[in-house]
Design a protein around this ligand. Sequence first.
Ligand code: ZN
Length: 80
Amino acid sequence: MMLIPCPWCGRRDEAEFHYGGQAGVAYPADPSALSDEEWAKYLFFRDNPKGPFRERWCHTAGCRRWFSLTRDTVTNEILA
Ligand SMILES: [Zn+2]
């Protein structure tokens, strides 16, 4: 079990949350200018580091707000 610190509700069980993937993936400024390969890379390619990883979470069973945190993917320790 992992406790995730919601910025608005405090620490809650991970079962209350929905994982949203890598944080900081910006929508392309001009999506129509992208090639199919660039568009596929934006949609499907994400980093998969062993260690600290910035990611998005939604407190779906609580306040329903989205937020970002840094989690160590090896230990599940929440770093920030
Ligand atoms: Zn919350």
